[in-house]
Design a protein. Structure first.
Length: 337
């Protein structure tokens, strides 16, 4: 059997800044490099070379669903830089010759400074699109719908460390703080300028809105059209968080599902949030979370919806964890036992 490298889709990247600039993951020994919008584009283009990767049906061209609004220059705030409209990417990984029945959505980028989620996504995608025999078997059973950055304006802002005076976060504790002066007490925000000006501080609390944020509407519409409005599994990648953990707003039925159990076997040391004595127990229902929207009838009717918050992990460990998310599904759908 071939069990070859799933690093074939890796690409050279520049470390665009270090964690002395973005104060995220400073408690980590070896924080992963920042994951910029350019890296999302480059990885998408690289993985698109795989014969198993194609645009989703909602893509306008290549792997692009459309563009964000960006943030225009404003003469009233001459120090604020412009955020150019950003491409919103989507693609599908599948073996259409086999008519796979299971659908899994993979998303990342909700929170701009949470680069760990994108390394996780890269590791999972590299395995799924690669030439490992288990990936090949899995592609015959399942289709994967990938949305690698669902908040591109926020990510652009995070990696450029822009604290827009015209659009500060309504929650300063979670915003960039005041421009540079109060650094290093600032932290990447959880939204983007368009959300902040609308009074919203957190990009993962607005997925139940309609007609408020064009890119939210566009991504939700695409996810529904791409998948047919019904999926089996849904992943939203975040992190870092200490301790690293995965969880589900659905609770026990999700973490003790066959897939949840397979994941526990693949990653026995990773905490499941909400288990007895586990971290972050008693999760409250927050309808604006992407993982919650995905489970609703208005969303994707996901049978199982999950959030991953890896913590304190290197780039290598994050990619391995992403691969294990795919291998756990292989164990359930295509494995020997
Ligand atoms: Zn997050």
């Amino acid at each position: 059997m071939s069990n070859t490298n799933d690093n074939q889709f890796d690409y050279p990247y520049e470390k665009v800044f270090d964690y002395n600039v973005i104060r995220r993951g400073l408690w980590e020994d070896s924080p992963p490099p920042a994951y910029s919008p350019q890296m999302v584009a480059r990885h998408t283009e690289t993985v698109a070379e795989s014969q198993w990767v194609k645009p989703t049906r909602s893509c306008l061209h290549d792997m692009v669903l459309g563009q964000t609004n960006g943030w225009p220059a404003n003469p009233d705030y001459p120090d604020d830089p412009e955020i150019p409209p950003q491409d919103i990417y989507a693609y599908q990984i599948t073996d259409t010759s086999a008519e796979p029945e299971v659908k899994m959505v993979i998303a990342s980028g909700n929170h701009p400074g949470e680069f760990s989620g994108n390394w996780l996504l890269q590791g999972m995608v590299n395995f799924l699109a690669g030439d490992d025999d288990r990936a090949a078997a899995l592609r015959k059973k399942a289709s994967f719908f990938v949305y690698p950055d669902v908040n591109p304006d926020g990510r652009y802002q995070a990696v450029h460390r822009i604290d827009l005076e015209a659009a500060p976060s309504p929650n300063p504790k979670e915003g960039f703080g005041r421009r540079f002066d109060n650094f290093p007490d600032t932290d990447p925000g959880r939204g983007n300028p368009e959300l902040y000006i609308a009074g919203e501080a957190d990009h993962n609390r607005v997925w139940n809105t309609n007609d408020r944020f064009r890119h939210i509407d566009l991504i939700k519409r695409a996810m529904k059209a791409d998948t047919g409005g019904k999926v089996d599994y849904f992943w939203d990648f975040h992190g870092p968080q200490e301790p690293g953990n995965w969880r589900s707003p659905q609770g026990e039925p999700a973490w003790n599902s066959p897939y949840g159990q397979a994941l526990q076997a693949r990653e026995p040391d990773v905490v499941i949030a909400g288990l007895p004595n586990g971290f972050k127990s008693g999760l409250s229902y927050q309808p604006g979370k992407l993982s919650v929207w995905a489970a609703t009838n208005e969303g994707l009717c996901a049978d199982y919806t999950y959030v991953y918050e890896p913590g304190g992990w290197t780039e290598t460990r994050l990619k391995e964890a992403g691969r294990n998310l795919a291998l756990a599904l292989y164990d359930v759908l295509a494995g020997d036992g």
